[in-house]
Design a protein around this ligand. Sequence first.
Ligand SMILES: Cc1cc2nc3c(=O)[nH]c(=O)nc-3n(C[C@H](O)[C@H](O)[C@H](O)COP(=O)(O)OP(=O)(O)OC[C@H]3O[C@@H](n4cnc5c(N)ncnc54)[C@H](O)[C@@H]3O)c2cc1C
Length: 376
Amino acid sequence: MQNYDMLVVGAGPAGSSTAFAAAKAGCRVLMVDKKKVLGQPVQCAEYVPRLLLSKCSISKDSIVQNIASMMTHLPNGGTIETKSPGFMLDRSIFDNELAGNARDAGVEILSDTTCLARKGGKVMLKQGQTNIEIIPSLIVGADGPVSTVGQWMESVNKEFITGLQYTLPLTEPQEHTEVFFQPEFFGGYGWLFPKGDVANVGIGVKMNSKHEKQHPVMNAHNTYQHSLLNAHNTNQHSLRKKLDMFVEQLRDAGMVKNNPVSITGGLIPVGGPLKTVKNDMLLVGDAAGHTDAITGGGIPQAVICGEMAGRIGGRAVLKGEIDLLNEYEVEWRGFFGQNLENAVEKREILESHWDELDEIIDKCWVAFRGYYGNRP
Ligand SMILES: Cc1cc2nc3c(=O)[nH]c(=O)nc-3n(C[C@H](O)[C@H](O)[C@H](O)COP(=O)(O)OP(=O)(O)OC[C@H]3O[C@@H](n4cnc5c(N)ncnc54)[C@H](O)[C@@H]3O)c2cc1C
């Protein structure tokens, strides 16, 4: 049985950023992911703001194109264009490069390896058909919206937007993203994010509301992909119908053409940030509820809080002072806690006034000054 300073569960942007920072601090780190091929399938619309460049390097290979602005289509038919400098990524390349950086820094990485359970100091993993037991000093849950480590900490996401997305050919390349608010996308929106000749076109809808039927039954993030494609589930059927109708609108408007070349989807936690430290465990990224409750974006937070978790967790383990872990929660709350809480507040207003979407959208969407209230 092997001992590690740190076990990182999940090799997405949060896990790889955590593992990299911890290895740099001098820790012996194991990172595991249940995916057979890291970064695949991609379950993301793949936009990141340019500001992320100040926190992590983004290689030319992982950038598909630049984005200059965002066009918001309002429920009353109006549009508003706002600056939104950023990039469309190839998430598979981006995730693999972050994992590669971690590997180069000395992190051991096991793919096709699921973290199953912990008993006292031991953690049970399963790689293919092989059971593995390890003893880590610190466990980091970077395992996405439905987190196993979060369950051990009794700190789990409870509210989700369900996202469903096609990739399909664009009529013309463009340098702006498009966001569509429509009454049938309860709690969420439709999007068209361009990627060269194609675009990620999707919808996000809150399924567990009076506007929608029950939330689809999903016991793990990745089984969602499978159930989407084999949907007999009425909720997913209704989501797909909405997406097909949305695509039809975009086709009629001359924005996209032909049939989808791929489909993906996933859950986006929108209940706000969770408690992220308990005993010898930390949560980061989607597992920590770090996703923005209004935009659904979570890549920057995953990378930034991953660096904090790895650095602070690494120091705590190497010094043998587990109390230092609390500094992690203090640091990420200081950095973006206020923004995340503001988004949660706006989501509550948005959902409770959904029938008056036209009136409240200018207080609840990031394209408007009203969203930021009195904050500088
Ligand atoms: C449809 C959709 C569109 C989105 N679009 C955007 C966007 O345009 N921009 C943006 O910033 N954000 C977007 N997001 C959110 C973004 O994808 C997440 O915030 C981001 O991936 C969070 O990174 P993470 O590392 O925390 O989690 P993830 O990327 O989900 O990684 C978690 C990893 O943990 C692994 N895992 C889970 N459980 C276990 C286990 N028990 N054992 C081992 N491994 C496990 C998974 O296989 C996965 O690889 C979107 C999300 C969805 C669903």
